[in-house]
Design a protein around this ligand. Structure first.
Ligand SMILES: Cc1cc2nc3c(=O)[nH]c(=O)nc-3n(C[C@H](O)[C@H](O)[C@H](O)COP(=O)(O)O)c2cc1C
Length: 434
């Protein structure tokens, strides 16, 4: 029977989506930041709850759009420090046996040969438990850090297409029969069977002999979160799982339908899997959970929220009148996040100041607030009605909300027969895409 899939969304920074959560006495993210043991224990906890995987969002550099500086991001720990999530995977995989690890890596500054070498080596070492969230690099600071010009939105996707073509060529270049490891005759592999890569594109070149052995899952699982026209087409071409932010059923169903149409148009034959992101706030009563959410939001300085929103939206909100009503603005950065925020507040007539203060709780992430029973009800109902693949859950408080989720929500979902009691496979692909 079809079952609900769950991933835990994390960032290798002091916060996830709730700004200033690091300063809450209940939050342990800062204590965890430099402790491999703490990350390992958390991965084990999520494995106890049979999560398909941990999904790491990532912006590799401090947001710098607000007033053209990083001061607010640094002062308030807004995704700064920005540690590399890829560096965590080996340690967490060594302490677990089934849970998968998907990391976001932007294609803008890396060459695909380097990306495949790192991610696929981890995939090989973990027996196929690795995923990659492909992002095109919407952050201006990322380009400044690497000394690169920032391409415009649609061109970034055109370059990303070439990037993925090279990745496939590298991933598919070593068929199993090419590896002989014939100790008697001293032959490691048959060079005739290794498919060399010769790629000369508009943006990228690669001439190489593929260098990393495939894992049992073949290649890493691909995630994607773009939701503009080019983003949807890119997802239809490449994503095993598409990550989307929608708060209403009609919008959820609309995204799934759009992706299915794009998939048909692009000749995709495998199923389209869409997972919806939510920030979770769990309490022993609904009132307690709501109070906690309000307490957290109440501590967010407007400048911290403006710094992050400016970075994500690619707009300097220091230069606009934030007391004017919020409306969708054109951006070369994340059109998906812009649309999510505009949709969330579009009809409310709220000012940019109010919208930004409120979205500081989750920067476009819809919230699920309530008791374990209420969360189980909402997730089950959304899953059944939208027929989505599952959910990517970001804790308001690290790691409190996810730990309570494992202890109190997972058993409810299991009792309802819609969530696994044991892993089906040893690889991320085998569990997540079954
Ligand atoms: C739910 C969601 C999560 C995202 N996570 C990241 C991330 O971790 N790192 C990043 O650089 N971009 C992230 N993005 C940005 C997208 O991957 C994409 O590059 C951006 O939305 C621009 O594409 P679009 O205009 O097609 O939406 C995210 C976007 C959404 C909607």
């Amino acid at each position: 029977m079809k079952q609900m899939h769950l991933m835990a969304l994390l960032m290798h920074t002091p916060i996830n989506h709730m700004m200033m959560s690091w300063a809450d006495p209940q939050d342990k993210r800062v204590e965890q930041l430099g402790s491999l043991q703490a990350w390992q224990a958390f991965a084990q906890k999520l494995e106890q709850g049979f999560f398909d995987g941990m999904f790491f969002a990532d912006i590799p550099t401090a947001h710098d759009n607000y007033h053209d500086r990083t001061d607010e991001a640094v002062r308030y720990g807004v995704c700064w420090p920005a540690h590399d999530p890829v560096a965590l995977v080996g340690a967490m995989a060594a302490a677990t046996s089934h849970i998968g690890f998907a990391t976001t890596v932007s294609v803008s500054a890396l060459h695909p040969y380097q990306l495949v070498r790192t991610i696929s080596t981890l995939d090989y070492l973990t027996g196929g438990r690795v995923g990659w969230n492909v992002v095109t690099g919407h952050s201006r600071s990322e380009h400044r850090a690497f000394g690169l010009p920032q391409m415009d939105h649609d061109e970034r996707y055109a370059r990303a297409q070439e990037f993925l073509e090279i990745c496939y060529a590298l991933w598919d270049g070593i068929p199993p029969e090419a590896i002989l490891v014939d100790k008697e005759n001293g032959v490691f592999a048959d060079p005739e069977r290794i498919r060399k890569v010769r790629f000369d594109g508009k943006y990228l070149k690669c001439h190489a002999t593929p260098a990393v052995l495939p894992s049992p899952q073949g290649r890493p699982v691909i995630f994607q979160a773009g939701s503009s026209g080019p983003g949807l087409r890119f997802a239809a071409d490449h994503a095993d799982v598409v990550f989307s932010l929608q708060r209403e059923f009609p919008a959820m169903i609309n995204v799934i339908d759009q992706l299915k149409s794009a998939a048909i148009e692009r000749g995709r034959t495998r199923p389209v899997n869409v997972a919806f992101g939510f920030q979770i706030v769990v309490g022993s009563t609904e009132g307690e959970a709501e109070q906690r959410s309000r307490r957290l939001i109440g501590k967010i300085p407007v400048e911290a929220a403006l710094a992050r929103a400016s970075g994500t939206l690619g707009i300097d909100l220091g230069q606009v009148d934030i007391d004017k009503p919020m409306q969708e603005m054109d951006t070369q950065a994340s059109r998906g996040t812009m649309a999510a925020i505009a949709k969330m507040f579009g009809k409310s007539n709220k000012t940019i100041r109010q919208v930004i203060a409120e979205s500081g709780q989750a920067i476009g992430f819809p919230q699920l607030i309530g008791t374990p029973e209420q969360l189980a009800d909402k997730l089950e109902s959304m899953w059944r009605k939208s027929q989505c693949h599952g959910f990517i859950l970001s804790p308001a408080i690290s790691h409190w909300d996810l730990e309570v989720f494992v202890d109190e929500v997972v058993p409810l979902l299991q009792r309802r027969g819609i969530y696994r009691q044991a892993y089906e496979a040893n690889s991320l692909r085998g569990n997540l895409l079954n």
